[in-house]
Ligand binder design. Structure first.
Ligand SMILES: Cc1cc2nc3c(=O)[nH]c(=O)nc-3n(C[C@H](O)[C@H](O)[C@H](O)COP(=O)(O)OP(=O)(O)OC[C@H]3O[C@@H](n4cnc5c(N)ncnc54)[C@H](O)[C@@H]3O)c2cc1C
Length: 396
């Protein structure tokens, strides 16, 4: 065949649909699960949808992407929401993002934060550190680091934070003493709105419905329950030659293959160094009666790091969804819980070099890494769709 696509998540589904849009039908998708959608799948629990890979919302900020997605799930089938999210701190709930809402804390905590921000390295002109923990203190001050950033990141990723790089944190704003002081005095947030300030969520369904509809259009091209166990990059073949193509689009995690052949030793070394974390999404039957869509929970004594109140975006629904790192999850009898083995690609020290080596060498053989796992980045689905559309435009 001309194209073999590994994985029927948002990346693979978008790429395949764009091929069909161009009149190309010489392709196949192999998907190891029995249904499409990857991390964005949903299941019915308690009569209403639950997003099994964690709460999934479509950002409104990419009009071209939205136009494409609305072909499958019409805009009239989506509801648009203004995001309302909170952080549960030791001193009570405040709005997200933390640094812009210190003014909502009790006065003693505000003072402690102001003292800490005034002494943060990025405000005093201290040299930028390289290791993760020191860098966070340098950027945000010790108080935000210790009360929020350290415990939250430890909970979500469950790794030694110093194995993470700092390159992916560069989008964090500088927390200026003057802005924070002004915000505390005026009792108003400052700074720009976070991503997902507005989002779409299907009116009647879970987020998975969108991807099921996308898969429906190309159903004759998908082999479900078919895992790519091994891949030969040079001969562009998978599973000992059962699948062979001129071009392979890989959206599966590079580390999932039992064997990668037809590559340099350096390639396999780089793959072995990639890390990821896994999450559990657990259903909690209690319904919160409020407006908060979701809440971040840095408190180490609570197992989940985020809780989503689904009645605020899945109309008429009950209960909440808790996201828990698999390493922190203690299963109890009667739990309704779903595990995503591959949830977060970890931004470890050395990852940018490793993934660019992998992508470059693979590309030389017309094998393309695409999406959250193919490119090993914390991409959201709207960005993945955009990248898949661009790749189809470029190579098809
Ligand atoms: C907790 C959480 C919350 C998130 N929230 C949002 C959000 O609100 N909004 C948003 O836009 N994005 C969100 N995301 C990101 C979103 O999940 C990803 O952007 C999206 O799923 C990436 O699509 P993908 O196709 O690249 O990868 P995936 O969705 O992971 O799909 C990969 C597919 O490949 C298949 N596969 C894997 N290995 C093999 C193999 N060896 N052989 C065959 N098939 C294989 C998998 O079964 C899967 O179907 C969130 C992610 C997480 C973890």
């Amino acid at each position: 065949m001309m194209y073999l696509i590994i994985g029927a998540g948002p990346a693979g589904l978008t790429f395949a649909n764009r091929l069909l849009d161009k009149g190309i039908n010489d392709f196949r998708i192999i998907e190891m699960e029995s249904s499409a959608g990857g991390l964005c799948r949903s299941e019915d629990v308690d009569g209403t949808p639950l997003d099994i890979g964690g709460g999934h919302f479509i950002d409104v900020r990419r009009p071209k992407v939205n136009e494409f997605l609305f072909r499958f799930l019409g805009k009239d089938e989506m509801a648009e929401y203004d995001r309302v999210t909170k952080i549960r701190t030791n001193a009570g709930r405040i709005d997200y993002p933390y640094e812009a809402n210190i003014w909502q804390l009790p006065i003693d905590d505000e003072v402690e934060h102001l003292k800490s921000i005034a002494s943060a390295g990025c405000n005093t002109g201290a040299k930028e550190p390289e290791n993760f923990r020191d860098w966070i203190v340098w950027k945000l001050g010790r108080k935000i680091a210790e009360d929020y950033m350290f415990p939250y990141n430890e909970k979500i990723f469950s790794v030694d934070l110093d194995t993470l790089g700092t390159y992916w944190m560069n989008k964090l704003p500088d927390v200026s003493f003057e802005d924070t002081l002004r915000s505390c005095l005026m009792k108003k947030p400052y700074g720009t709105l976070p991503g997902h300030a507005k989002f779409y969520y299907p009116r009647k369904y879970g987020s998975g419905e969108l991807w099921l509809r996308m898969a429906e259009r190309i159903k004759d091209y998908i082999d479900y329950n078919t895992k790519a166990e091994d891949i030969n990059i040079e001969s562009k073949s998978v599973n000992g030659g059962s699948y062979k193509a001129d071009i392979i689009i890989n959206t599966a995690p590079w580390t999932i293959f039992d064997k990668i052949s037809g590559v340099s030793d350096e390639f396999n070394r780089a793959v072995r160094e990639l890390r990821h974390s896994s999450i559990v999404v657990k259903y909690l039957p209690d319904t919160e009666d409020g407006k908060v869509n979701w809440e971040y929970v840095p408190d180490p004594s609570v197992d989940y790091h985020r809780i989503l109140y689904r009645n605020t975006f899945a109309k008429g629904s009950k209960g909440s969804w808790a996201e828990i790192n698999l390493k922190r999850y203690e299963a109890k009898e009667g739990d309704v819980a779903f595990i995503s083995g591959y949830a977060y690609p970890l931004n470890t020290v050395g990852k940018p070099e490793n993934i660019s080596l992998i992508l470059k060498e693979a590309r030389e053989h017309d094998v393309y890494g695409l999406g959250r796992w193919g490119e090993w980045e914390h991409y959201n689905s709207d960005l993945v769709v955009e990248l898949a559309m661009e790749l189809a435009e470029k190579i098809a």
